[in-house]
Design a protein around this ligand. Structure first.
Ligand code: TXA
Ligand code: MG
Length: 329
């Protein structure tokens, strides 16, 4: 039952033991370059089921399969379109997930019954070594309770999943801090389903025909079916999140009631509002890498409203704005 497991903490000298646990069907969280993932053997349907239970994840939200080499990819993918090959060549190992045709042997729970599977070869040396040692492809959704901000430190992962998973590899904080970009290469032309660590502009250089399919209109039924995860609530701290455009003066709505506020952005907060906590980031990259951890830290402090400065939707800013908007919904 969830909440009653003894969660083993593995240090970086114990990767072999962590990999052994994964190979035996247990759930173990581990760092990647984007966010921490909650891993399980992708070919073991009981282990896959345990992931949904640990996270409280809706069954209709499919998982990403992580591989360490081409041989593992062939165990989960039946065919690779040329656009997938182009992206893998350019961005693997790295924070890019591609949707390709699923192999029959992959349990249906992994893909929520879809005929495509999302796959990624991470770059983080701990992640790659762990998958290699486990010897099996690993499903790994972000290691957080469903709906909460993704975990970017091992402490954040434990906060959500202690007692709910079998183990955690206690590595360093993740570098990027936002999830991988998801591209559907099964459809032609290929479509970006989730903005992420590899910016749109960089992908487009490799695949000029790429279509941005991330539009949030729920009216697009085909989209809803193709990328189930984008329908669910996501990335939300307990505090209320507001996205503040540079032209906007947050004072009016902020004056409604006195409360404890935080500001996160790349510039100084507006002087019209009193902030108890501020995080001033030297770059959009730093903002992205600190965002989820700051949400959690300020929740623990009792901050009630988090004002997040809007950034231009270029480069990593596009993915950052996507997460901010979802957190504020
Ligand atoms: O950076 C990342 O991608 C992290 C690390 C751990 O690798 N993982 C991650 O997984 O963010 P998760 O489960 O939090 O997000 C996976 C996203 C969801 O939006 C899901 O709906 C989508 O990928 N997805 C997975 N398989 C899919 C499929 N077959 N078709 C459409 N969307 C899919
Ligand atoms: Mg997630």
């Amino acid at each position: 039952m969830a909440g009653t497991k003894a969660t083993v903490r593995y240090d970086l000298h114990s990767l072999r033991a962590a990999a052994q646990a994964l190979a035996e069907g247990r759930t173990v969280a581990f760092p990647t370059e984007t966010v921490y993932g909650l891993g399980a053997n992708a070919l073991d349907s009981n282990a896959v089921q345990a992931i949904f239970e640990a996270k409280g994840r809706p069954q209709d939200n499919p998982l990403i399969v992580h591989v360490s080499d081409r041989g593992m990819l062939d165990q989960v993918a039946r065919s690779l379109p040329s656009s997938a090959l182009v992206l893998m060549e350019a961005f693997w190992p790295g924070p890019l997930t591609v949707l390709v045709e699923k192999h029959d042997r992959l349990p249906d729970a992994v893909t929520a019954g879809l005929n495509t599977v999302a796959v990624r070869m991470p770059q983080d040396p701990i992640a790659i070594e762990l998958i290699r040692l486990a010897g099996v492809p690993l499903v790994a959704p972000s290691a957080n309770l469903s709906g909460r901000p993704s975990g970017t430190t091992w402490q954040a992962v434990l906060e959500d999943l202690n007692g709910r998973v079998d183990g955690i590899v206690c590595g360093p904080p993740t570098r990027v801090g936002l999830e991988s970009t998801v591209v559907d290469t099964w459809n032609d032309p290929p479509r970006v389903l989730r903005h992420g660590a590899i910016p749109w502009e960089v992908l487009q250089r490799e695949l000029p025909e790429l279509v941005d399919y991330t539009g949030t209109e729920g009216s697009d039924l085909k989209h809803a079916v193709r990328s189930p995860g984008t329908r669910h609530r996501h990335y939300q701290p307990r505090a209320r999140v507001r996205v503040i455009a540079n032209s906007e003066n947050p004072s009016e709505s902020a004056m409604e009631q006195p409360c404890r506020r935080g500001w996160i952005g790349v510039s100084e907060p507006p002087r019209t509002v009193e902030y108890e906590a501020t995080l001033l980031c030297p770059s959009v990259e730093a903002y992205a890498s600190q965002l989820f951890e700051t949400f959690r830290r300020w929740d623990a402090m009792g901050i009630e409203v988090i004002d997040c400065q809007a950034v231009p939707e270029v480069g990593l800013g596009r993915a950052l704005m996507d997460r901010l908007k979802r957190a504020s919904e």
